[in-house]
Design a protein around this ligand. Structure first.
Ligand SMILES: NC(=O)c1ccc[n+]([C@@H]2O[C@H](COP(=O)([O-])OP(=O)(O)OC[C@H]3O[C@@H](n4cnc5c(N)ncnc54)[C@H](O)[C@@H]3O)[C@@H](O)[C@H]2O)c1
Length: 374
């Protein structure tokens, strides 16, 4: 109980220094739309008041039931209305997702079905989140090739055919051991050694090619490892940085599968989703590049443990290194150089390591207490 009070005090102090929540900030900070052209309601919905419903984009999110899709749909729905954002995946959604807005089955490998969805729903923006992530991909190269490469071809062809704006995330995994690692510039040698990384370099290059060749409005951000409290990671190399929080709150013990000194770039989910929306909304003429690095913080398992122990001093971390994940992490950037994103469309992260840890511990502790009360 003491911990919760301490965390809530911290959160209140934090809120005082930051007058708006991240979603509100998105609405007022989004470029190209002045604050006077927006309206807010008690429900938190904020939408361009000058826009009619027909001006608003109609968005399809593929692979929407992974770590990032549900959160992005929530932010987008507040921005442009519930029915203008369709989540899709090949899995059955949990009830709360099903009841929170439109959801449909969509397999990105089924070209005809994907095209039908785009046409029947008058889709104008496509957020392509379906993927097989790094650690899972190394265990199933054939599946990773199919989903990450063939699937991407379907997305780019359909987006081009129907004049869509398409967002495809890339990753720190698109770099490799021969890339400069600290920091990794936007343009440098990219020779990744995972099928995941190879497929993401392919996505960056194909998207940029379609942009130059056919005028496709292709947009790509290289995400760091993303940390979230209420959605689970999908088999990437940075998963430990989410799992450690749940273990710290529930059992006080965590076995880490990376070495304690493995420094990787990371980002809190709110920053990642806000970056995605700001980038999607940026006027095309401001985008000098079509693929941008975005950076927030870098830390090792050792740094993260020490920061969590400020709230949960009993946390014990042991190390049982997974050679596959460690080899992947050893070839990845330690930090990304992201000055182009900051210059061209105003990217600015808000969460550093102390804020991230306080927010994560608060969310997970509160979530557990609510769950225990039922
Ligand atoms: N989460 C991160 O830390 C991170 C970091 C860098 C980049 N990214 C990228 O962001 C995107 C979203 O990441 P995530 O963490 O939510 O991924 P995730 O692995 O959690 O979710 C991916 C989703 O894709 C779906 N999927 C798989 N095959 C499909 C198919 N054939 N058709 C339709 N859907 C299919 C899965 O069911 C799953 O729900 C991915 O492209 C990923 O590469 C994520």
């Amino acid at each position: 109980m003491m911990l919760v009070v301490q965390l809530l005090k911290g959160a209140a102090k934090h809120a005082g220094s930051r007058p708006q929540c991240s979603v509100e900030r998105l609405f007022t900070a989004a470029r190209g739309i002045s604050s006077s052209s927006r309206q807010s309601s008690a429900s938190g919905r904020s939408q361009c008041s000058a826009c009619t419903d027909t001006d608003l984009p109609k968005v399809l999110i593929t692979g929407g039931l992974g770590q990032l899709g549900v959160g992005l749909a929530k932010m987008l729905r507040r921005r442009i209305g519930k029915n203008n954002v369709i989540l899709s995946d090949i899995r059955k959604p949990p009830n709360h997702v099903y009841h929170n807005g439109p959801f449909i089955f969509s397999d990105i490998l089924d070209y005809k079905n994907l095209r039908e969805i785009v046409v029947n729903n008058n889709i104008s923006w496509l957020v392509h989140y379906s993927a097989v992530l790094s650690a899972v991909g190394e265990n199933n190269v054939a599946l990773a090739k199919e989903v990450n490469i063939t699937g991407l071809h379907n997305i780019l062809d359909i987006a081009t055919e129907h004049g869509l704006r398409v967002f495809v995330p890339s990753t720190i995994g698109a770099f490799g051991p021969s890339s400069p690692r600290d920091p990794t510039p936007e343009l440098c040698v990219q020779r990744p050694r995972t099928i995941y990384g190879v497929s993401k370099v392919h996505a960056e290059l194909m998207g940029e090619y379609y942009h130059h060749r056919y005028g496709l409005d292709f947009r790509c951000l290289r995400y760091p490892g993303i940390i979230s409290a209420d959605s689970q990671p999908g088999g990437g190399t940075t998963d430990y940085a989410v799992q450690i929080f749940h273990a710290a709150v529930k059992t006080g013990q965590f076995e880490c599968n990376l070495r304690g000194d493995t420094r990787l770039p990371m980002m809190y989910i709110d920053d990642c989703l806000r970056a995605t929306l700001e980038f999607l909304e940026a006027p095309a003429e401001t985008l000098i590049n079509r693929t941008y690095n975005i950076n927030a913080m870098s830390f090792t398992p050792h740094d993260l443990t020490q920061e969590i122990q400020k709230f949960l001093p009993d946390l014990k971390v042991t190390y049982n290194v997974d050679p596959v994940r460690q080899a992947i992490a050893d070839g990845w950037p330690m930090a990304l150089e992201d000055s182009a994103a900051r210059r061209d469309w105003g990217w600015k992260h808000e969460y550093d390591l102390p804020e991230l840890v306080q927010t994560m511990v608060t969310h997970i502790t509160m979530g557990n207490q609510v769950a225990q009360a039922y």
